[in-house]
Design a protein around this ligand. Structure first.
Ligand code: ATP
Ligand code: MG
Ligand code: MG
Length: 372
């Protein structure tokens, strides 16, 4: 999606990812002379190879080798956005929590936990049950989270989370999950997109509704304020996705920040005057930012997750989505389908929430793997 936005602005993009048919490489072809890089975003040599080919380097995942990003920024005279120091803080979710807390952002109580049954019991003693046990590193789509409901699950949690370093968070019985995309220019100005409601299923983003409907007239400004403040505590330009919990009493807590375009901002492609991808490019290249305002009264984004390794389920779902007015289908071109893998999404726009919900209904009823 970033590559698609870049191609509209004649911005040449070189991509580092595994394989010649990696999704982003399907969007921008490069002549052999300045071809894309074939390799892993965690391979230092490949990152150096990419850095040597570009003026500005950005990431779409935070699980990268930050030391190498630091190095190429110094030795290859390439600008890295967001700054490696920001990625270093964010890629360790516990360090991120400590950073946010130290900078005055409201977060759930948390503590570092050794990988032992006793340590989990002690954490539960301090933070209560249920306890949200999380891997500090390499976590995404809830794959680093385990909800400990009873002390007897401690061993199961350790087995599930493997040998990654762990921390525990107090369980937050949120009324709603909300998110704000914030974009920051190289000179530090920030703008925030509308507040959205996000609905997760099994720890994975399922639906996003934009704009957020609330009876609290102060909520939108408060949530944008919290998100902007959190982003201002970090360095570097680009788009940041700020996930937050809204509590029953109206209080807002920051859950986590993604230092990049984010799933909860996919709706901006069809629903806002400038998409998160285009504004990410504009921000990191020093171009004027585009308006972050909504351009439709109502929108929703539905993730398409694989139900099995049967690709044909996706094809038939996409064919149905094409018959829904106001629906835009995005399939990511991933080579293999797997249960729980994000394979694409659909954004629905409409003149009212009622019309949006009516358009969404047949899609929810026919999701791969059965109705939502
Ligand atoms: P992402 O794919 O967004 O990076 P992640 O794997 O880093 O996700 P989190 O955002 O930490 O995981 O958690 C995933 C979901 O789990 C949250 O969106 C929320 O629904 C739930 N969750 C996380 N932390 C808590 C908590 N402390 N209390 C209650 N629910 C939580
Ligand atoms: Mg995360
Ligand atoms: Mg998250």
């Amino acid at each position: 999606m970033l590559a698609a936005s870049a191609s509209l602005l004649n911005i040449p993009i070189v991509i580092l990812d595994v394989g010649d048919d990696a999704p982003a490489k399907q969007i921008v072809a490069r002549p052999p002379a300045d071809a894309h890089v074939d390799g892993s975003f965690s391979d230092p040599e490949k990152i150096r190879e990419l850095a040597a080919k570009v003026d500005v380097l950005t990431v779409e995942i935070e699980h990268v080798d930050v030391d190498v990003l630091d190095e190429v920024q110094k030795t290859h005279h390439v600008v890295v956005h967001p700054s490696p120091s920001t990625i270093r803080i964010i890629q360790d979710k516990f360090r991120q929590k400590e950073h946010l807390q130290a900078h005055g952002s409201p977060v759930a109580a948390s503590l570092s936990v050794e990988s032992s049954v006793e340590a989990i019991h002690a954490a539960a003693q301090r933070l209560g049950l249920p306890l949200m046990l999380k891997a500090k590193t390499l976590a995404y789509d809830g794959r680093g989270n385990f909800v400990v409901r009873e002390l007897s699950q401690a061993q199961e949690a350790l087995t599930f989370l493997g040998d990654r370093p762990l921390y525990a968070e107090k369980w937050i019985p949120f009324a709603m999950e909300i998110a704000v995309m914030v974009v920051r220019t190289v000179s530090g100005d920030v703008q925030s997109y509308p507040v959205v409601e996000t609905i997760h299923k099994d720890n994975v983003c399922h639906l996003v509704f934009a704009p957020l409907r609330s009876r609290d007239p102060t909520l939108s400004a408060r949530a944008r304020g919290v998100a902007e403040k959190a982003v201002q505590s970090l360095h570097g330009a680009g788009v940041f996705g700020v996930e937050m919990f809204l509590l029953e009493d109206g209080q807002i807590l920051v859950n986590e920040i993604a230092p990049r375009p984010h799933n909860s901002g996919h709706y901006t492609i069809e629903a806002c005057e400038t998409s998160q991808y285009e504004n990410h490019l504009r921000a990191i290249l020093g171009l004027p930012l585009g308006s972050v305002a909504l351009k439709v009264p109502s929108s929703a984004m539905l993730n398409i997750l694989g139900a099995s390794n049967d690709m044909s389920e996706l094809t038939s779902f996409a064919a149905l989505a094409l018959t829904v007015p106001g629906a835009s289908v995005h399939l990511y071109g991933k080579a293999a389908c797997r249960k729980g893998r994000k394979m694409g999404h659909v954004t629905v726009v409409a003149d009212s929430d009622a019309a949006r919900d009516a358009r969404l209904q047949p899609l929810l009823a026919h999701l791969p793997g059965g109705a939502a």
